[in-house]
Design a binder for this molecule. Structure first.
Ligand SMILES: Cc1cc2nc3c(=O)[nH]c(=O)nc-3n(C[C@H](O)[C@H](O)[C@H](O)COP(=O)(O)O)c2cc1C
Length: 204
């Protein structure tokens, strides 16, 4: 079934499901006004053809796209430059929910990246500066010294040149819902070229 944004479709169990998965996502994702989070598994295609996955923070959901930020020298940045497609997986075991979003990735603007940096905790702002191969290979004591030396006389931090933001525009969204007394099920959405979404119910 294909539906246009704003319409409501009936799911196979008879209950109304939002026709627009972005609306449903907005009700599942917490507000990030108080800072980034939750975490999500970001999956890309590795340069060797194997899947590559790691945890990142959801910086923001703007109603259309999921934003995350990283180091432009990272493997994920190289992988996204080679193929700007990714999947993110978010899980809330305590409420038996999982959301998997697959889509196209694009760089965010410098202004947006700066705003996201400003919203990071001080720890994560410093980390963006001192997180390189040399420091990673050092002893724990030496890394602490480097951190303390960097912290001195730097009350305000600007983002380093390596700070970069990406936004994922969904083409597929999968909402998994578990239950203690019924089978789990998934609402599977797929975006069509006209901007509308098709929706199906799948077993868990
Ligand atoms: C809880 C948690 C949150 C993380 N958040 C981020 C993040 O927002 N951005 C980031 O670049 N790395 C983050 N990392 C580190 C990544 O998992 C990863 O190790 C790093 O980005 C290098 O990944 P890559 O070599 O695949 O590019 C986080 C790790 C953990 C455990």
């Amino acid at each position: 079934m294909t539906v246009l944004p704003g319409q409501v479709a009936a799911s196979t169990d008879g209950a109304a499901a939002p026709a627009d998965p972005l609306v449903l996502a907005a009700s599942w994702l917490p507000s990030t006004e108080d800072g980034p989070g939750p975490t999500m598994t970001l999956s890309t295609l590795g340069l060797d053809g194997y899947p590559a996955a790691r945890t990142v923070l959801l910086s923001r959901f703007d109603g259309e796209r999921l934003h995350f930020h990283t180091d432009s020298r990272s493997r994920k940045a190289a992988e996204l430059a080679a193929l700007p497609r990714a999947a993110v997986t978010l899980v809330w075991p305590e409420v038996a929910r999982q959301l998997v979003v697959v889509g196209d990735v694009a760089r965010v603007t410098d202004a947006e990246a700066r705003a996201a940096y400003a919203a990071r905790t001080r720890y994560l702002q410093v980390l963006a500066w001192v997180n390189d191969h040399e420091a990673a290979a050092d002893t724990a004591d030496r890394r602490r010294e480097l951190w303390a030396a960097f912290e001195q006389d730097r009350p305000e931090l600007e983002p380093p040149d390596s700070w970069v933001g990406f936004a994922l525009t969904p083409v597929r969204m999968l909402f998994w819902r578990g239950s203690t007394d019924a089978a789990s099920n998934r609402l599977a959405y797929e975006r069509h070229p006209d901007g509308g979404w098709s929706q199906e119910s799948w077993p868990g």
